[in-house]
Design a binder for this molecule. Structure first.
Ligand code: UT7
Length: 319
């Protein structure tokens, strides 16, 4: 089995910033409540941008960073639950926008906030069966379009954005060792589809999902460490899905992870669903906090319910 490493990340978020103060003008809430309960201060919402334009912006940045051309891509997966259209998929739209080859699989993957990790694992499998060595994995969501503005418990949480990774697959590299799981339960976190006849708006039992997340994160971390054989000390950086700063801080405290080894950008973006993890990775790469030679343990959880974790390494084409 060949393994994948990230060759370059990219990201794209809408220009419009919505502050907690803006939220308080729309629903019965306050900056103090949102900040103390979630860690969120701002989020970005689409106005002129589309899901496709966010994906394209992030993907172009990742291709440029990685030095890989669109013609070299062997497969494209977009993890999302809010594509502009069900058909054509976001990945097909991206293929057209970027001029990706016509003889490669391009498709969307639905695993909510864990989507990027499901997509990385799927990409590793695909590239193992492909003569091409590069893949494009995008996590993108525009949850502002499916926000229920009558529900102050959820509307303050979500932001829009896209993050992309160009990955490379090589003989001799270790697998990312993804540990993924699902538990079908539509009561806890739901976004109705066309068949339901309902308007497609998000609903969530926040406290119960919080409880699930607090248990899922260490469960995933332990499974990933056990499978990979790495210890906590072998990991250079920890990346968590940005759903709530308190969930991240609880995990960091439980594993005694020092502040310089994990990162939160939820204050700026809110919960961006499938974009959350690649947005973090892209910012960390820009800051030089992850890159070739470093090992990152990534954990995500979300609607489905879904959860997952894996170990990510970076390459500059030499290591
Ligand atoms: O990414 C997918 C996975 N999602 C998650 O991981 C989200 C996990 N859940 C959470 O992050 C938290 O449960 C929330 C941030 C969504 C909610 O925080 P909470 O501490 O669980 O609050 P709660 O829902 O228990 O509500 C506590 C109180 C309630 O008022 P009463 O009944 O105590 O009077 C709510 O009505 O806070 C009230 N409330 C608000 N007050 C001001 C709920 N939302 C708001 C609000 N502003 N926006």
């Amino acid at each position: 089995m060949k393994g994948i490493k990230i060759r370059g990340m990219g990201r794209c978020v809408p220009e419009r910033v919505v502050t907690n103060g803006d939220m308080a003008e729309r629903v019965d809430t306050s900056d103090e409540w949102i900040t103390s309960r979630t860690g969120i201060r701002r989020r970005h919402h689409c106005t002129g941008e589309t899901h496709t334009s966010l994906c394209a912006g992030a993907a172009r940045a990742a291709l440029e960073r990685s030095g890989v051309s669109p013609e070299e891509i062997g497969a494209c997966i977009v993890a999302t639950v809010t594509a502009d259209n069900l058909v054509p998929s976001a990945a097909c739209a991206l293929q057209r926008e970027l001029g990706l080859p016509g003889d490669i699989p391009c498709f969307d993957l639905s695993a909510a906030c864990t989507g990027f990790l499901f997509a990385l694992h799927t990409m590793e499998c695909l590239l193992n069966a492909s003569p091409r060595k590069f893949g494009l994995v995008v996590g993108a969501d525009t949850l502002s379009r499916v926000t229920n503005w009558d529900d102050r418990g959820t509307c303050i949480l979500f932001g829009d954005g896209a993050g992309a990774a160009v990955v490379e697959c090589r003989e001799g590299w270790p697998s990312i060792g993804a540990e993924l799981g699902c538990h079908g339960d539509e009561r806890l976190l739901r976004l109705p589809g066309v068949e339901s006849g309902e308007r497609s708006l998000i609903s969530m039992e926040g406290t119960r999902v919080f409880k699930f997340a607090v248990e899922a994160v260490p469960w995933c971390m332990d499974r990933v460490l056990e499978r990979s054989g790495y210890t906590l000390e072998d990991v250079d950086f920890f990346v968590f899905h940005q759903a709530n700063a308190r969930i991240i801080d609880l995990a960091a405290r439980k594993y005694r992870i020092p502040p310089e080894k994990y990162y939160k950008n939820i204050a700026e973006y809110g919960n961006t669903s499938a974009a959350s993890i690649p947005l973090v990775l892209s910012e960390l790469e820009d800051m030089g906090r992850v890159g070739p030679g470093s090992r990152t343990l990534v954990v995500g959880f979300g609607g489905g319910l879904t959860w997952g974790g894996c170990v990510i390494e970076f390459t500059d084409g030499r290591v």
